[in-house]
Structure formats: C-alpha cells, structure tokens
Design a protein around this ligand. Structure first.
Ligand code: SF4
Length: 396
C-alpha cells in the first residue's frame, strides 16, 4: 500500500514558527560542533555547553530550548533571544509499499528539494540533496533538466537528516538510531556546494550528533576534480563517481562537466582520493541507457579503463543503475537482459558489479526522479501548490 500525506501542518511547526523570526535568529542547524562552540563562546559559554546543546539537537531531536533540561535556565533564556532550530517545512511525505519514504521540503522562493529514506534489513539509508536544482545538466537526470536555482546552506542539508531521523524514530516508536547511512545523491552536485557540504558532513560524522562511520557517508560527484582533492584533505568519506560512459566523446554528451574534467583526469583524482578514503575502492555509478552506453564495446572500454593490461587502473566497484525514463530526456531504459549481460562482462573481468534495485517506484523516489514535479522553475510555486493538493489524495 502506498500512503501519501501532507505533513506540513504537523511536522513543520518549528519551521513555521522560526520563519517569522529567521531574519534575526541564528539557526543552530547551520553549525558543526566547532561552529556551535564558537557561537556559544560569543554568548560567554564554555565549549562543553555547546556539546550539550549539540547533543540535544541532533541526538534527541529537541528544538525547544525549554526541553533541554540540563542547560542552565540563564543559557536557555539567552538562546531563546538569539537562536532557534529551524526545520525545513515539509510539503509532502510519500510512503512506498516497500517502506521507502520520500519527503519534499520547501526551501523558499518556489524551490523544493527532496530526501529519500530507503530501509533495508541491515541498514537505513537517507539520500540527501545538496542544491535546489543542479547546474551540471546530465542528460539522463530529471534534476539536471530543471536547471540550477541555488546552493543549500549547511543547515538546509543537515535539516533533511535531522528531520528524517527524528520523524522516523517517532513513527516507529524507537529510541535508537534509524539512519545508518547517508548518501549525498539527491538533487545537486555536492562538490559544487563545497563550503556548505563539509560542515554538514562533520555533523553527520560527529559522535555527539549522528555518529555515522566515514564508510557509511557517501559523497556522489559527477567529477569536480579539484574538489575531490580538497575533500580528501578536509573530510574524507566514501566516494561515488557518476561515470556513465567509458570514453570522453560519449561522456561529454551525457555528463557535460566531462568537457572540463575528462576521464583521465577524473580517474587520476580517484586514485589520489583512495590514498585518504575510508574505503579501499571508488564506486562508479553507471546509468544504463538503451543503445547509448550499454553495448558490449562499452563494457570492454570500461574494463580497459579501470583494469588496463598495463598501468595503474582504479580500485573500484560498479553500480549499474536502471534508468528512470522521463520524456524530456529522449532516452530509454536498457533491457533487463542487457543490464545483466553488461554486468556479467564486468564481473568476469574481476570487477565487483551490482545492479541497483529500484526502490520506491510507486512514489517516484528513484535516482533521477527527485522533485520531478517542480522541474519548471518559472512555475515552481504553482507546481508546489499543486503538489500540496495532490498529496491529500491517495496515490494508486
Ligand atoms: S546526475 Fe547529479 S550532477 Fe548530474 S545533473 Fe543530476 S543531480 Fe546534477
């Protein structure tokens, strides 16, 4: 059964309340622990107070300072005068028959972003957005076709995790952590929003917040080479690269950023990254497009790239993604048989290869379908209003 709910009235209460005062108030979701400590220092408070506050917000999902019972009343009063915990208003929440949950969040000025929770037996993964829209413009990506609106702030990235974790705990009646993995694979190119991304990653990793393992936080990039190098230094987490083509002419066409950072440079950056990465492989994402990049010669070219007869290659895994067709792309999904045959060629060459299971098909939660209903940015506000109306009706 698929359920669809407009949760905005119930769950966005802190957001709505905060919006009225947001011009003068500091949103504490914007800070990693060092940032929060600096903010508290300006209030004349010691670092351990920032740690307490951080734990209340992220570990316990508190947004009312009065609920933070072990903070001194004087500090709570000070915080009430200058800060808040501002969630993102939820426009819609869709729950798939397979347990996948998709939230559409309002980020203002007619823009919306999505986060998707994917439950599995041994993990709970949250797919998080980093930008409203995306400037890279990959041909097979619905978000890319929408164009770029703006970067999310650190607080807007963190708010997706903060909300999802605590909403799911409430719903499932559990106290322990629900989300064990975060993948920055929602809307946007995270490495083109680097200064907001890195503090958000630090919040995810911090033991006083979500305490996620570096191996379980993945940044997915279309290949912003200089930022891959910076991430290796600043905050190495697992890295996924949207490859999608085995040669430059084809990749130039599918992933326009390739014209700036061609495959050879990208693979060299992957190898440099591996010197710092928490995992000893890069995941290459490969969207299977019928007759475009799914032929035997494409698989052979990929093998030659990552496992050359001579030279270095790249330690990697491949994740083959069934394409989610949308009309503007002019592209079609490869057949199941073609995906299997392609995967077998890679596997037989000794490359660990998986085929991504499609999840949440009934709620359009799959890769490349995020915020598909708000893609025309000139009419985004109208579309979002329509979303709200649709969300009140059951989806069949
Ligand atoms: S696949 Fe990623 S980088 Fe490419 S357009 Fe879509 S969101 Fe942007």
């Amino acid at each position: 059964m698929t359920t669809t709910t407009d949760t905005s009235a119930v769950l966005a209460a802190p957001a709505a309340k905060a919006a009225a005062t947001s011009a003068t108030m500091t949103n504490l979701l914007e800070f990693d622990l060092d940032g929060l400590a600096a903010f508290c220092e300006k209030l004349g408070e010691k670092r351990f107070r920032a740690t307490q506050l951080f734990r209340w917000i992220h570990q316990r999902g508190a947004h009312e300072f009065d609920a933070m019972s072990d903070l001194a009343k004087a500090l709570r009063d000070k915080l009430k005068g200058c800060a808040h915990v501002q969630a993102l208003p939820v426009i819609t929440e869709h729950v798939s028959a397979d347990g996948t949950v998709k939230w559409l969040f309002d980020v203002g000025d007619g823009n919306a972003v999505e986060a998707v929770f994917i439950p599995e037996d041994d993990r709970g993964t949250l797919c998080v957005s980093s930008q409203a829209g995306c400037a890279v413009g990959c041909r097979f990506c619905s978000t890319g076709h929408q164009g770029f609106s703006r970067n999310l702030t650190t607080g807007e990235i963190v708010a997706q995790l903060w909300f999802a974790e605590h909403a799911l705990r409430k719903r499932l009646g559990r106290d322990e952590r629900i989300i064990s993995n975060v993948v920055m694979m929602g809307m946007g190119e995270p490495l083109q929003n680097y200064s907001a991304l890195v503090p958000a990653l630090r919040v995810m990793l911090d033991d006083h917040a979500y305490g996620l393992s570096r191996r379980r936080v993945t940044v997915s990039t279309s290949g912003v080479v200089p930022m891959i190098d910076r991430l290796a230094q600043d905050c190495p987490v697992a890295l996924a690269v949207s490859l999608h083509a085995p040669n430059d002419p084809l990749r130039d066409n599918l992933v326009p950023l390739n014209r700036k950072y061609p495959i050879e440079e990208l693979l060299a950056a992957c190898n440099r990254y591996l010197e710092h990465a928490p995992r000893d492989f890069i995941t290459f994402e490969y969207c299977m497009l019928d007759g475009v990049n799914d032929q035997i010669e494409h698989a052979q070219q990929l093998i030659a790239l990552v496992k050359p007869a001579r030279g270095e290659g790249v330690r990697c895994k491949f994740n083959l993604i069934p394409f989610n067709p949308f009309p503007a792309s002019g592209l079609l999904r490869s057949s199941h048989a073609q995906v299997q045959a392609f995967g077998k060629l890679l596997s037989d060459a000794g490359i660990v290869t998986t085929v991504r299971k499609t999840r949440g098909d009934d709620i359009d939660a799959a890769c490349g379908q995020l915020a598909g209903d708000v893609k025309d940015r000139t009419k985004a506000a109208e579309r979002m209003a329509k979303q709200r109306t649709i969300a009140l009706k059951p989806v069949t």
